[in-house]
Design a protein around this ligand. Sequence first.
Ligand code: ZN
Length: 170
Amino acid sequence: MIAFREEKDDNTSPDAGDIYVHYMRYALQQAEQARQENEVPIGAVIVKDSRIIAAAHNQREQLKDPTAHAEMIAITQAAGSLGSWRLDDCTLYVTLEPCPMCAGAIIMSRIPVVVYGADDPKAGSVRSLYRLLEDPRLNHRCVVVNGVLATECGAILSQFFQAQRALGKK
Ligand code: ZN
């Protein structure tokens, strides 16, 4: 984060791609936390002014709540932290492409930038099945950055499901 704030007059300062990777690693840490809690390993963080104001992971099983996706919990945390439902100037990082519910919450909270890792061909509503965050018919649109640490973000999920299947066979 310090490097991000450094002012440099040459062109060696970290570019946007480095910043995306930097924060996606925190989202991956959250996914790892979910895995340790035997939850589907998806993590999210929300960043404002180079500061992480929310960090959450999927807790659907523990909370017995179908809406307890990483993004939903992070959005609620961030709104609490800012004291506002509007998450202006925030960037959401999430390891997996958001589903329709989370894409809806992103629109409702007016998050301007969404960075995600792996594509979700089964439920992804940002690029894969729908492009909800870029639909001109809606009153809010986001800048979308996809594929950041996609391999790592996808691997933790596929390893989790492989382990689940192996357990099921016992
Ligand atoms: Zn979701």
